[in-house]
Design a protein around this ligand. Structure first.
Ligand SMILES: NC(=O)c1ccc[n+]([C@@H]2O[C@H](COP(=O)([O-])OP(=O)(O)OC[C@H]3O[C@@H](n4cnc5c(N)ncnc54)[C@H](OP(=O)(O)O)[C@@H]3O)[C@@H](O)[C@H]2O)c1
Length: 282
């Protein structure tokens, strides 16, 4: 009963493989990765490493796979939709029984531009005739805690989130949920909304960071346009600056603050709070 994980040389997929290795023998696991060299540690542990690039349909080999954990790829939206469709085509060709897909929280009602990718991919999965589970992942705590050392150096946490709140999640809790779903029964046809158990504001995040660092950190909320200009000036590609400004607008509009019980129900405990990620980052 092979479980194959894509994106396994990335952060979420890598953590999911680690949780899977706690649950099933390595011989039951496979990964599909662009660069097999980056998965040498997994190969050494007995995980089958297959080379596959979503952009190259012929490279995607899901033969003998029971459950495909399809970790969404990154890039411009239309490319992501096409790449995910390539992966689902390959799953159909190989007769994969079940697809578990990492979507985004509230994909069907979300005002975020990136939700379009996930709505299209979820629809493609439903049309594939495979059993499926949709993991609608909340935003990672780490998206926000990774920037805290730099914010402390600069003396301000700059966002365009206003007073908005976000019910973010530890990436590792999402990886654990993915491993539990991939190895468990009763998840076919289910869509899980995976959020943290508290929605926090960026004033609170700055306060938590200031407390850990022992120095003041004000939160400064700017307009979306100012944020985007700052990100472009810092050298980010345009599609990334647009994506980040759009997410901040979603947070400002409180579109990402809904707390749902699904994650705690799946992992059997309260999700890790953002303060834990703050301490890990500093
Ligand atoms: N919920 C959130 O807050 C959040 C934040 C950021 C991203 N995401 C989404 O969640 C996904 C997983 O997050 P993450 O933190 O693990 O991101 P990550 O560390 O950037 O990992 C992304 C993975 O996707 C793989 N990938 C990209 N293009 C591919 C292609 N053409 N063919 C095959 N694999 C490809 C990458 O392969 P390589 O290892 O070869 O680069 C990498 O392993 C992201 O890709 C993105 O779709 C969610």
């Amino acid at each position: 009963m092979t479980i194959l994980v894509t994106g396994a040389t990335g952060q979420l997929g890598g953590l999911a493989v680690r949780h899977l290795l706690d649950r099933v023998p390595a011989g039951d696991l496979a990964v599909s990765v662009r660069d097999a060299g980056k998965a040498a540690d997994l190969a050494a542990r007995g995980v089958a490493v297959r080379r596959g690039d979503f952009a190259d349909p012929a490279s995607l080999d899901f033969a003998g796979v029971d459950t495909l954990l399809l970790v969404s790829a990154d890039g411009p939206d239309d490319l992501r939709i096409a790449m995910h469709a390539n992966a689902i085509d390959a799953a159909e060709r190989a007769g994969v029984r079940r697809v578990v897909y990492t979507s985004v929280v509230a994909a069907d009602t979300s005002p975020l531009a990136l939700a379009r990718v996930h709505v299209a991919t979820e629809r493609r999965i439903r049309a594939s005739g495979r059993a499926f589970t949709i993991l609608r992942n909340g935003l990672y705590h780490e998206n926000y805690t990774a920037g805290l050392p730099g914010a402390l150096d600069r003396g301000a946490l700059v966002t365009a989130t206003g007073e908005g709140r976000v019910a973010s999640v530890a990436r590792d809790d999402l990886a654990l949920a993915a491993a539990i779903v991939a190895t468990g029964d009763g998840h076919d046809g289910r869509t899980y909304e995976l959020t943290g158990d508290r929605a926090w504001s960026f004033d609170e995040l700055a306060e938590a960071a200031a407390e850990v660092a022992g120095k003041p950190l004000p939160h400064k909320s700017v307009s979306g346009g100012e944020l985007r200009a700052g990100l472009l000036a810092a050298g980010l590609p345009e599609f990334v600056a647009d994506l980040l400004a759009d997410i901040d607008a979603g947070i400002r509009a409180d579109a990402l603050s809904t707390v749902r019980p699904d994650l705690a129900d799946l992992i059997g405990r309260a999700p890790a709070p953002v303060e834990q990620a703050v301490r890990a980052a500093l």
